[in-house]
Design a protein around this ligand. Structure first.
Ligand SMILES: Nc1ncnc2c1ncn2[C@@H]1O[C@H](COP(=O)(O)OP(=O)(O)OP(=O)(O)O)[C@@H](O)[C@H]1O
Ligand SMILES: [Mg+2]
Length: 513
């Protein structure tokens, strides 16, 4: 089969002018996108992937360079230019209207010659796409009732409805469970078979190996090379991405001086419909260990962390006994305490949310100001002491290698992964006794993911109790000391991470012991 070129980008350069410094997001990058092919775009956080694709979807215009679509030289000044060229992009942060239905979102902003759009016709067409590519979309469902995966499907259908033949997906799997990812990949394979051009950005190398035909690697805004997927492997791709031979491993330390930090007894939590989300959960977590939490997504992980943080209503009889890591501290029952009080007792909850900017960070504020959002509570008064948040911001930026012109850059200007680093870094810098984190590495490149894993281990060596909810079993086995497995809201087992196997954990995830 001969390859038909969809897009050719030649010597594309894009710079951003921040107050003090200039950021070269893309430096003379060349890229080909072909029909009937899935192209993976790979690179560390801040390497310029989103920026490059935003120039195809009309969000930014290049400073210099040329873009050809179907062999014709084009200028893409805005999203409508991109639509007209049949280019559709699904962004890291969705752009749907929550109070509208799926069908209403699909036709929103569509100008079909100003004639009244026949909603029945929309339904029929949506159903056609679903049948053709294997989606499930309920046109009458309101967006606020949808799961993240449903919202993403809707975004894709919306682009197809508008006639997209070139589809760009920016980290679509960062918010999906492994099962949902497989469903998405099945859809992408159908699109490819149908002759569409697909570009996917992902940090997960096994996904690159699984779904793509070709891989292009960017490094600090530069094109470093490309390979056919079948001719490469994760190690080679990692080396290209980082720019030098790299070994990624977690230096797991031995747990020492274990100290009881948290003892959860008889914890049950119901959802708003009265369904039990956690059922009689009992466990102990020690300062000086990393206790992993494994489970199929939705097995009660979120409720567990939120219950400890005071964000859930507990069923009667639950006890959450906590002893901070400070000399002479007394054990206290957190059950019934307010979230603020619990936080002030040295418990940090770093949820990495589906929408990073929705939770915990304010996009328009700079990094230092965002640090202050957390640290003002320690008694120094909100606006009086700016020195401390500044120093914290400097420290987080340095230690986590946050790519930013300065600590005074608004957080929303950072790349997705760098926003994440600020969020995680801020939590660690609060010096908590107990760190609870869920999906801490979503959206992070693999190098940075390992930085986070090793940071968790460092915290443990400082005597902190780390409760780590993770999705990747390989990582849980490598990082944790013990793993608590949740199955349908119940503890199906607590295993020694050094002795267990993936199979054993997998079995516990689906079977109550
Ligand atoms: N609107 C903007 N203003 C200033 N700088 C920006 C803007 N958008 C992106 N940048 C900078 O350009 C660089 C490339 O960012 P980009 O978002 O393209 O990276 P990325 O490869 O998508 O990273 P990630 O994997 O973290 O999403 C980063 O240094 C980022 O801070
Ligand atoms: Mg990005």
């Amino acid at each position: 089969m001969s390859i038909k070129n969809a897009v050719r980008m030649v010597d594309i350069t894009k710079t951003f002018a921040a107050k003090a410094a200039k950021v070269v997001a893309n430096n003379k990058v060349c890229l080909d996108i072909n029909y009937g092919e899935v192209l993976a775009l790979l690179g560390e956080n801040g390497s310029g992937k989103t920026t490059l694709m935003n120039m195809l979807s009309g969000i930014y215009a290049p400073d210099s360079g040329d873009i050809y679509v179907n062999g014709k030289h084009v200028t893409i000044n805005n999203p409508s230019d991109a639509f007209a060229l049949h280019i559709g992009m699904i962004h890291q942060h969705f752009k749907l209207v929550e109070v509208m239905t799926a069908a209403e979102n699909i036709i929103l902003g569509l100008d079909e010659g100003n004639k009244l759009i026949d909603l029945k016709n929309v339904h029929t067409r949506v159903k056609d796409f679903c049948d053709r590519y294997g989606f499930v979309v309920n046109p009458d469902k309101k967006v606020y009732d949808m799961s993240v995966s449903e919202k993403q499907t809707l975004e894709i259908v919306k682009q197809l409805y508008r006639g997209a033949d070139i589809l760009i997906l920016d980290e679509p799997t960062a918010v999906l469970t492994p099962q949902e990812t497989q469903k998405l990949f099945a859809v992408l394979r159908n699109m490819k078979a149908d002759g569409k051009a697909v570009v996917i950005i992902t940090h997960k190398l096994h996904e690159v190996m699984d779904i793509s035909d070709r891989v292009v690697v960017l490094l600090k805004g530069n094109y470093v090379g490309e390979l056919m997927t079948k001719d490469t492997n994760p190690q080679e791709l990692t080396n290209m991405m980082v720019g030098r031979p790299t070994t990624l491993n977690i230096d797991r330390s031995k747990p020492e001086n274990l100290r009881k930090c948290l003892e959860v007894k008889n914890l049950s939590v119901k959802d708003i419909y009265g369904v039990l989300k956690l059922k009689d959960v009992n466990f102990t977590c020690y300062g000086g260990e990393v206790l992993g939490v494994a489970g199929i997504s939705g097995s009660g992980q979120r409720e567990l962390l939120e219950a400890i943080a005071g964000l859930e209503k507990l069923e009667p009889g639950a006890e959450i006994l906590y002893t901070p890591n400070t000399p002479g501290a007394q054990e206290e029952n957190l059950a019934g305490m307010s979230p603020v009080r619990i936080k002030n007792m040295g418990i940090s909850l770093a949820f990495v949310p589906e929408d990073r900017l929705g939770m915990g960070l304010v996009g328009n504020m700079d990094i230092a100001e965002n640090m202050m959002l957390k640290s003002y509570k320690d008694g120094s008064g909100p606006l009086l002491d700016l020195k401390k948040p500044k120093a914290l911001a400097e420290k987080v930026v340095k230690e986590l290698e946050v790519l930013t012109p300065s600590i005074h850059t608004p957080v929303r200007r950072l790349s997705g992964g760098n926003i994440q680093k600020v969020l995680v870094g801020r939590e660690i810098e609060q010096h908590p006794s107990l760190i609870m984190t869920a999906y801490a590495v979503r959206g992070l490149d693999i190098n940075t993911s390992y930085t986070i894993y090793n940071l968790m281990d460092e915290q443990k060596q400082k005597g902190v109790a780390v409760l780590f909810v993770g999705e990747d079993l390989d990582v849980l086995l490598e990082l944790c000391d013990r793993i608590l497995v949740l199955c349908a809201g119940q503890v199906s087992g607590i295993v020694d991470a050094r002795k267990t196997t993936k199979e054993e954990v997998g079995l516990l995830m689906t079977h109550l012991g």
